[in-house]
Design a protein around this ligand. Structure first.
Ligand code: EPZ
Length: 429
């Protein structure tokens, strides 16, 4: 199992290219099921989760071709996928695949919309929480699907097609909103989605669906209206930059000190996170090439943050912010309001010398002068990168184990940080 070795204490200076967003790529790939024509996606990141979803879609009969390198392209270019669901040969998504990558549960809506039926394994929980799918099932019911749970599988049928309806989410759910959007796009009639998720990835998927012939308005706000159409066509769409990767490297720079251009980053995708970084003492400068992050010798100021659905501070940056606050001059408080168990990084940060107290969903972080390197264990995607951030400023050597978590969501992390001066290497085996 690969590990990552970091020797802390070096500033970051240079440019980090931001890849396409994982959390847009996954639903965009799934949206290919909605049409028999080819969907071309540009700027797709080279991630383990993307490769796994290719396998999962292949199980339904989807053909995926990856373009080869073009003249002048460097490794920083995202890949281009040509995805063709001309013939869906299997409407079952098996447990052994869905349990490996939860978002694959989202094939439910397009399979029912296109084929009139689907049998999709319940994804089960994961490290950060039980992750129920009751609201995704509710959305499908509101679109006229008959749903039953059988042996851990959601069996959905709509032999006469889905029909438009009113969907009001009692709580904001990204997956629920993707499900409602994809189902409604091919439903007979109009659908209104209230209390919809407003994450930028929702708007990116809606933008692509509209290129495919869907008629969606209001994506990115809490109220989305979809006029169903009979068919969707192929299209070409470039994945938007990854706001969580952007925020992660911004916090790494604030932690290590230095001056880094986050190339292709779009500030409006994570303004809440940039506001917190500015409060902590980093300098955030939007440029026409992306966003520049700098922190000179001045220390880090403590902050008070609660995670929230977009446009609030993203839960996917909570662990990274906590790592940063371990070195603040004072006491910070971070409250996790989205997931019930998203503090697994706390135990590992403590091994590096951090002082963190937990009280339910609230963490109190008392900044310390110095962290000390140690072997640490990753438990989930974002927790693992918070250990890398802490290690960049820790004295001596840190070994981050189980980096397969990192590979799920961060493309060439050690290369991107190494190119900016970090003492970081991957130890294979
Ligand atoms: C998406 O997960 C993201 N994943 C998550 O990123 C992200 O943390 C999350 O949205 C919140 O922003 C992808 O986009 C692939 P939710 P999702 O439905 O859709 C509860 C990462 O690190 N809920 O918005 O599964 C749920 O338990 C991942 O990239 C229900 O109760 O999250 C949670 O408390 C981690 N019933 C809250 O809603 C449901 O049916 C928000 O979950 C669905 C969700």
């Amino acid at each position: 199992m690969d590990r990552i070795r970091i020797v802390g204490g070096r500033p970051l200076d240079g440019t980090i290219p931001i890849s396409g967003a994982k959390n847009a790529t996954l639903p965009l790939m799934i949206a290919s099921l909605l049409t028999e024509e080819t969907l071309i996606l540009d700027n797709v990141p080279r991630l383990a989760d993307v490769a796994l979803l290719e396998r999962i879609l292949g199980n339904h009969g989807v053909d995926i071709m990856t373009s080869g390198k073009r003249a002048g392209e460097t490794a920083d270019h995202g890949q281009t996928l040509h995805i063709s669901a001309a013939r869906i040969v299997d409407t079952t998504a098996p447990y052994e695949l869905v349990s490996k990558m939860r978002a694959s549960f989202w094939v439910l809506a397009p399979l029912v919309a296109r084929m009139g039926e689907a049998r999709v394994s319940m994804p089960g929980g994961c490290a950060i929480g039980t992750r129920p799918v009751d609201l995704l099932i509710m959305a499908m019911s509101r679109l006229g699907a008959d749903i039953e749970i059988d042996g851990g599988y959601v069996v959905a049928r709509a032999p006469r097609g889905l029909r438009g309806g009113e969907i009001t989410f009692p709580k904001v759910t990204v997956g629920g909103t993707h499900t409602a959007l994809m189902g409604a796009s091919l439903a007979n009639g109009t659908t209104v989605i209230d209390n919809a998720a407003q994450e930028p990835e929702i708007a990116d998927v809606a933008d692509c669906l509209n290129k495919m012939g869907a008629r969606i308005s209001g994506a990115g706000t809490s109220r989305i209206v979809v006029e169903g159409v009979a068919k969707l066509c192929g299209a070409r769409h470039a994945v938007l930059p990854d706001r969580i990767e952007t925020g992660t490297y911004a916090m790494a720079t604030a932690m290590a000190g230095g001056d880094v251009l986050l190339q292709n980053a779009r500030p409006e995708l994570l303004q809440a996170a940039f506001d917190v970084l500015a409060q902590a003492g980093a300098t955030v400068t939007p440029t026409n090439q992306g966003v520049r992050i700098a922190r000179n010798g001045a220390g880090l100021a403590p902050v008070e943050v609660s995670t929230a659905p977009f446009p609030g501070f993203p839960t996917d940056l909570q662990a990274q912010l906590m790592a940063l606050m371990t070195r603040a001059r004072g006491t910070s408080h971070i409250t996790e309001t989205i997931f019930e168990n998203r503090f697994m990084h706390v135990g590992e940060l403590t091994r590096l010398g951090a002082r963190i107290q937990l009280d339910g969903e609230r963490a109190t972080i008392e900044g310390v002068e110095q962290l000390k390197g140690a072997p640490v264990m990753a438990t989930d995607l974002r927790a693992s990168v918070s250990l890398v951030i802490a290690a960049l400023a820790a004295e001596g050597e840190t070994i981050v184990n189980r980096v397969y978590h990192l590979d799920r969501g961060f493309e060439r992390l050690e290369e991107k940080l190494g190119r900016c001066g970090a003492a970081i290497e991957r130890l294979s085996g």
